[in-house]
Design a protein around this ligand. Structure first.
Ligand code: 13P
Ligand code: ZN
Length: 271
């Protein structure tokens, strides 16, 4: 067996989480990540038949039965993951229609997966239906997006338009916009189901007064989505209280979308 700490999926996740911490998105144990893995990618590093222990999930996700996930542990600090990934991360295989997770590696201190496991797994189900190549769900607490949910209407179209207007790249990077959930109790199946529903139409879902979820085909794409939205929110928070003398018009946003060949969310531009 090869050393799993050298596996590309492991080094990429550790690097990404360290970078997220450096961006200030993951204070203390804030944030969580799950990455869908194929058995063929895993088998050089571990024996998939060797189950360390089983953990109840508290929900069902039959579509994910038998699927493998590298996932962050609850209560673990992104800041520290690089020093002991086997403690802070785990690899699980879903079983019994998603009601059970079989631990194959990690959580070496007896820990378990993130409290947001329902939101992660249910979001994977939604995104896989839209895009079979989706692999990553990533949650964090970026300050400007969070701040925006205190001072901006939570209407999805209005919120999206405000972000798109903040820099030219936004409409190109997330042309489907961002979806928004009102404040809800986190760590529950209810917020998981609500997030998954929102994931049917966008790869970014803002949790008001909490943070954001992103989805994508790999860690770089998903990190980049959140990075771009957070940058736009930062600009919004810098200018929201000032008179706005200039903006990107809807005609400009349309030209950007046409030039870069992306399909903007229907009905979001007033032309
Ligand atoms: P976990 O430590 O359980 O992953 O929770 C962190 C978090 O961000 C909750 O939303
Ligand atoms: Zn959170």
């Amino acid at each position: 067996m090869k050393d799993i700490l050298t596996a590309p999926f492991m080094t990429e996740l550790v690097r990404t989480m360290t970078n997220m911490y450096a961006h200030g998105w993951d204070e203390r144990n804030g944030g969580n990540v799950s990455v869908l893995l194929e058995e063929a990618a895993l088998s050089p590093y571990l024996n998939p038949q060797a189950v360390i222990r089983t953990l109840p999930t508290g929900f069902e996700a039959p579509e994910l039965d038998g699927r493998y996930f590298l996932v962050t542990g609850t209560g673990k600090y992104f800041k520290n993951v690089q020093y002991d990934p086997a403690k802070d991360l785990g690899i699980v295989r879903l079983a019994k229609g998603g009601a059970q997770a079989e631990l194959l590696w990690g959580f070496s201190d007896g820990g378990r997966f993130t409290s947001e496991f329902p939101a992660h797994m249910m979001s994977h189900v939604s995104r896989l239906r839209v895009d079979p190549l989706n692999k990553v769900i990533l949650h964090c607490h970026p300050a400007n997006l969070l701040a925006m949910t205190f001072v901006h209407a939570l209407d999805e179209k209005a919120f999206t338009r405000s972000l798109w207007q903040m820099c030219s790249e936004c409409v190109i990077v997330f042309p489907e916009g961002v979806n928004v959930l009102p404040w809800m109790l986190c760590g529950t199946n209810e917020i998981g189901e609500a997030t998954a529903k929102k994931m049917e139409t966008a790869r970014l879902v803002v949790w008001a007064q909490h943070g954001i979820y992103g989805a994508g085909k790999d860690l770089d794409e998903t990190f980049g989505l959140i990075e771009t939205a957070e940058k736009a929110a930062e600009i919004y928070m810098k200018i929201a209280h000032l008179p706005r003398l200039n903006t990107i018009s809807d005609e400009g946003l349309t030209r950007l979308a046409e030039h870069y060949g992306v399909k903007v969310r229907d009905g979001y531009l007033n032309l």
